[in-house]
Design a protein around this ligand. Structure first.
Ligand code: GLU
Length: 478
């Protein structure tokens, strides 16, 4: 069997959109499932729009998500990027000779031609088309230079010589059979006058030379696929499979954009989301496995397939995203949760090491009610702030003169409990309440406010255990 080789080919012209991350994820899952290779290829030929910062955003986002890639250019010392090595990525601007070579082959086979039309020529043709049809839509290059055989030393571009008849088709792994009449296709520009390839040439040549077996990408590229197939056919090389993923839609059904939700992967990192939560939700946004919602990374790799990717766009649902995220957060081992939440505590001015045993003990107490690391950091605040920040309303209501007496007594009751752990604390406090004829709830709420500053917290005895003897006594007595 041939090795599965897939690729993710972003253009570095902004942040990494969650739609792009989903494309990367599906490719990654497929490669990891079948023991294949994922190639990362930076399509940076649009030099005006490509930036180093966007390249960095792609690396940072993929790295944060834990989507690793394999393989890179042999001469990996080229380029200024620190994160490249033998696992790539490829940069198209470092491969210009390859595209040149392929353009020569295509011209040699009569599948591409030099076009000397100037901008003015094209404007004139467009105006004529508009006059004839009443609008600019449907304008195609009229093919003025298709049959030209001279080779004047003038500025020119290279165009694909699309057959004038017949049709180009493929069976898409997601959308089924797609066919387009060749007469509806443009003689697309493959290479500009300065030797820079345009998208269709760069993508097709790279997919051929990198041995890609399945091209999975957004369905905004369905319209480009026939031209790429024509390039394959002209060169006599076998076609890869294609899988075109529907766009992610807003709840209203429009294309999802910044107006509807955070769409940059790194925004979710900032908001305290967990990479596995993002991956889990993105996997489900367009793919299903029965009615299962929560998947570990290993389960995604095991269960992902193209058959259950939906043909139409899935709607982004922030409520469901948060539900998935909260479930993933609860699945984290305490040590991981602690180390992930530590940077968010630092943002609140609390310097706590991720390996701090008190943080490792406290983190699972707050996890059941947290959706993000930001929520968890908020819920952990009073464990690490001395004195805690008081909810003024709760304080006024509950830390009364009457409560003062009970809290002082409570401090005395727990002072010598050993071990200072939840069961022993609970037993001692219950015995005291019984002897005094008091109910737990009359003491518990004031005690909670005294210990945490808040009206809501995890169980009182768990909180005491994590705070420890000295701080519990100090806070009750204060
Ligand atoms: N560079 C293209 C984009 O970012 C990807 C095209 C492809 O995957 O073929 O949309």
């Amino acid at each position: 069997m041939t090795e599965v080789r897939v690729r993710f080919a972003p253009s570095p012209t902004g942040y990494l959109h969650i739609g792009g991350a989903r494309t990367a994820l599906y490719n990654w899952l497929w490669a990891r499932k079948l023991g294949g290779k994922l190639i990362l290829r930076i399509e940076d030929t649009d030099r005006e729009r490509s930036t180093e910062q966007s390249v960095r955003a792609i690396f940072d986002s993929l790295t944060w998500l834990g989507l690793d890639w394999d393989e890179g250019p042999v001469e990996s010392s080229a380029g200024g990027c620190a994160s490249r090595g033998k696992s790539g990525p490829y940069f198209q601007t470092e491969r210009l000779p390859v595209y040149n070579d392929y353009v020569a082959r295509l011209i040699g086979k009569g599948a591409a031609y030099r076009c000397y039309c100037t901008k003015e020529d094209l404007d004139r043709a467009r105006a004529e088309h508009k006059q004839k049809t009443g609008n600019e839509q449907g304008f195609r290059y009229p093919g003025t230079c298709r049959e030209r055989t001279d080779q004047p030393d003038l500025k020119h571009v290279i165009r694909l010589k699309v057959p004038r008849s017949g049709a180009t088709s493929w069976v898409d792994r997601i959308k089924g059979r797609i066919e387009m009449q060749n007469e509806s296709l443009q003689d697309a520009v493959l290479m500009r006058g300065d030797g820079i390839p345009l998208y269709n040439l760069g993508a097709a040549v790279d997919d051929i030379t990198m041995g890609i077996t399945l091209v999975a990408r957004g369905d905004d590229h369905v319209i480009n696929t026939p031209q790429q197939i024509l390039i394959y056919q002209a060169l006599g090389v076998p076609l890869p499979d294609f899988a075109h993923l529907p766009m992610i839609l807003a709840p209203s059904g429009e294309k999802l954009s910044k107006r509807h939700a955070a769409v940059s992967v790194m925004d979710y990192k900032e908001q305290g989301y967990l990479p596995d939560g993002v991956l889990n939700y993105l996997a489900r946004l367009g793919w299903s496995h029965g009615d299962q919602e929560i998947f570990t990374r290993a389960e995604l790799i095991e269960k992902f397939n193209w058959e259950h990717v939906g043909e139409t766009g899935a709607r982004f649902d922030i409520k469901k995203f948060q539900y998935v995220q909260a479930n993933q957060l609860r699945m984290l081992p305490p040590e991981t949760l602690a180390s992930e939440v530590a940077p968010f505590l630092l943002k609140r001015g609390l310097t706590v090491a991720g390996s701090d045993p008190q943080l490792i003990a406290a983190a699972p107490l707050v996890a059941p009610r947290a959706t993000t690391f930001i929520d968890a950091a908020d819920a952990l605040d009073y464990f690490f702030r001395e004195p805690p920040v008081f909810d003024e309303k709760a304080k006024a209501k509950l830390l009364t003169a009457e409560a003062r007496v009970q809290l002082t007594d409570l401090a005395t009751v727990i002072e010598n409990v050993t071990p200072f752990a939840r069961e022993a604390l609970e037993a001692a406090v219950k015995a005291w309440l019984e002897a005094k004829g008091l109910e737990l709830k009359t003491v518990a709420q004031p005690a909670r406010v005294a210990l945490t500053g808040r009206a809501a917290s995890p169980g009182l005895f768990e909180v005491m255990e994590v705070l420890g003897r000295e701080r519990s006594l100090r806070r009750l007595r204060a």
